[in-house]
Write a protein that binds this ligand. Structure first.
Ligand code: ATP
Ligand code: MG
Length: 238
């Protein structure tokens, strides 16, 4: 089921090629669990504006620590039709994720939210994902520790608690982690914690650096920095 993500380099208004458009969850992993054997799938949601090494390391550390067979990056749609000029479009964010994961057969990305557009709740997305896979596929949702603070307020939290396990990966600056982990577990979240090397990288900082003409090399994959440069993303446009 190997495929090339090269086509996405040219993604503009067109989000994806046919094969990806037709996938329900992800091109690489739609058939996961079809043989009835137990499988663990991680989903990592984000705006990925742009995807950076912190995201990739977070997914990989979660995969390794929790024995996940595959990880799918769920690229959020544009929350509003009015795009700020300094942010990338959903097609561009998707293309950058595609470039970032291209060489890793255990990673893929999903167009599920990007296709639906607007604000999508994780609970709605995970219902579709859950419906798609047989019961032998266990679902985990990967979050950075900064997301713990709001987890209990997520839309349809009770449904999420039943449907998915959460994997929380440490992130620099995340406040009061042990206390929040306890509070979430007390409220019924099935929540694993993964301590990983702390990478103090954020998309906001990447955007700011690009805007100021500073380097982002080694903070994002080379193909992503090339894409940003080629498309003139995040630049000061006056
Ligand atoms: P922004 O600065 O625009 O908010 P971000 O770097 O936080 O961008 P998001 O797309 O908001 O990236 O994050 C998606 C997911 O990745 C979140 O669950 C977030 O906690 C996690 N994450 C992002 N960066 C890191 C990092 N450096 N280490 C661990 N987790 C991270
Ligand atoms: Mg963020």
């Amino acid at each position: 089921m190997e495929r090339s993500w090269e086509a996405n380099k040219n993604a503009d208004d067109e989000l994806l090629g046919d094969a990806v458009r037709e996938a329900v969850v992800s091109f690489r992993f739609d058939a996961l669990g079809a043989d009835g054997a137990p499988v663990r799938l991680g989903i990592m949601g984000g705006t990925f504006d742009p995807i950076h090494m912190g995201h990739l390391a977070c997914a990989e550390m979660a995969r390794d620590a929790c024995g996940l067979d595959a990880v799918v990056f769920m690229v959020a749609a544009n929350p509003s039709l009015k795009q700020q000029r300094t942010l990338a479009s959903v097609a561009e964010r998707f293309a950058m994720c595609a470039l970032a994961i291209a060489d890793d057969p255990r990673f893929d990305l999903s167009a599920l939210e990007a296709r639906r557009g607007g604000i999508t709740y994780t609970s709605d997305t995970m219902c579709i994902v859950r419906d798609h896979y047989p019961d032998n596929v266990e679902l985990s949702f990967i979050i950075g520790a900064d997301s713990l603070a709001t987890l209990r307020q997520w839309h349809d939290a009770d449904l999420l608690k039943r449907m998915v396990r959460f994997i929380c990966v440490s992130r620099p600056g995340a406040f009061d982690e042990p206390e929040l982990l306890r509070a979430c577990r007390d409220e019924g979240f099935r929540l694993d914690h993964v301590s990983a090397p702390l990478l103090d990288i954020s998309s906001s900082e990447i955007r700011q650096r690009v805007g100021e003409g500073r380097t982002i090399r080694y903070l994002v994959p080379r193909a992503v920095s090339d894409y940003i440069e080629e498309k003139g993303l995040y630049g000061i446009t006056g």
